[in-house]
Design a protein around this ligand. Structure first.
Ligand SMILES: NC(=O)c1ccc[n+]([C@@H]2O[C@H](COP(=O)([O-])OP(=O)(O)OC[C@H]3O[C@@H](n4cnc5c(N)ncnc54)[C@H](OP(=O)(O)O)[C@@H]3O)[C@@H](O)[C@H]2O)c1
Length: 286
């Protein structure tokens, strides 16, 4: 991975941290997107202590804010000569419904629209790589998901699990639709299922009942290092770009849900996401 530049969101903890650390170990330059200097510094110090000589640099954005995402992407576009790998890893889980400053339900904003918008904004840098890859961390929770086009913010019927499953289904629909729409753009795209992983995702923004349920559920999970393996494989394997536009689990392609291969829903979701992010043409500016 020497000479490769990778950007990963949600890099200060869990699966994202382990992915960043391992890619640094392989010699890549890592840009760690975090919400604060404090979180980025802690993660970078830990990586540099474990891997002397690691090149790990911070970038800042609250991915619930489209203004923040645009500001951060503009800085990355200005500061770096190319981007080889974009890993849309950040994700969140909220028990309670609340809208972001953009008027969007938080899981929809962070888990789906942030990857959609960030990928669009970083296309000009990605096309400067000779083997650009976009990896979006989804979940097998998407098998329980449905896109509620009539109420995507789920204001009429919110449940944290419903919102999570919807957003993770959107990750797979986005990846597959990107593949269909990209024409001769040489960017590979992958959606990833990391497995059930022992992280704090289910305790950060949840009511105590949900936090207890998550703590019990994750007892059966794998370590964050293990959960990061498929993202690391897709970022670093020499030949995997031939297998673009698929859903991956345990470093192998796997069939996603029936809803994830619904091309009508994928096209509708694409249009809705453009509108919700204020983008005219996803592939413009390349
Ligand atoms: N754990 C599992 O069993 C599992 C299973 C399937 C899929 N996944 C997916 O794996 C990915 C990583 O999750 P994880 O389990 O490793 O959980 P995690 O340790 O909580 O990591 C999530 C990361 O996303 C960041 N993040 C969340 N909201 C953000 C925001 N608004 N702005 C910027 N960064 C934000 C978090 O930052 P903060 O620390 O600042 O919150 C954290 O760095 C997620 O996409 C998740 O859906 C996890």
């Amino acid at each position: 991975m020497k000479d490769k530049i990778c950007l990963i969101t949600g890099a200060n903890s869990g699966i994202g941290f382990e992915t960043a650390k391992s890619l640094c170990e392989k010699g890549a330059t890592l840009i760690l997107v975090c919400r604060s200097l404090e979180k980025a510094k802690k993660a970078i110090d830990e990586i540099k202590t474990a891997i002397p000589g690691a090149i790990a640099l911070p970038a800042f954005a609250d991915l619930a804010s489209q203004t923040d995402i645009r500001k951060m992407a503009a800085q990355i576009n200005a500061e770096y000569p190319k981007l080889d790998v974009l890993i849309n890893n950040a994700g969140s889980w909220f028990s309670e419904v609340e809208l972001t400053e953009d008027g969007i339900e938080r899981q929809w904003a962070i888990n789906h629209l942030a990857p959609f918008l960030l990928t669009h904004l970083l296309l000009p840098l990605l096309v400067k790589s000779d083997d650009p890859r976009v990896i979006t961390v989804s979940s097998d929770s998407h098998f329980h998901g449905k896109i509620h086009f009539e109420d995507v913010n789920l204001l009429k019927n919110y449940h944290g699990l419903r919102a999570y499953a919807q957003s993770k289904l959107a990750n797979v629909l986005f990846t597959l639709e990107f593949e269909r729409r990209k024409d001769d753009l040489p960017i590979s795209t992958y959606a990833v299922q990391p497995g059930l992983v022992k992280t704090d995702i289910g305790v950060k923004h949840t009511i105590s009942f949900h936090a207890i349920m998550w703590k019990l559920r994750r007892l059966g999970g794998v370590s964050p290092q293990k959960g990061a393996e498929t993202s690391i494989f897709l970022a670093s394997d020499k030949d995997v770009s031939k297998l673009s536009g698929k859903y991956w689990d345990k470093c192998q392609p796997k069939s996603p849900s029936k809803n994830a291969v619904n091309e009508g829903d994928a096209a509708n979701l694409w249009e809705l996401s453009l509108k919700m992010c204020g983008i005219d043409d996803f592939f413009t500016g390349i």
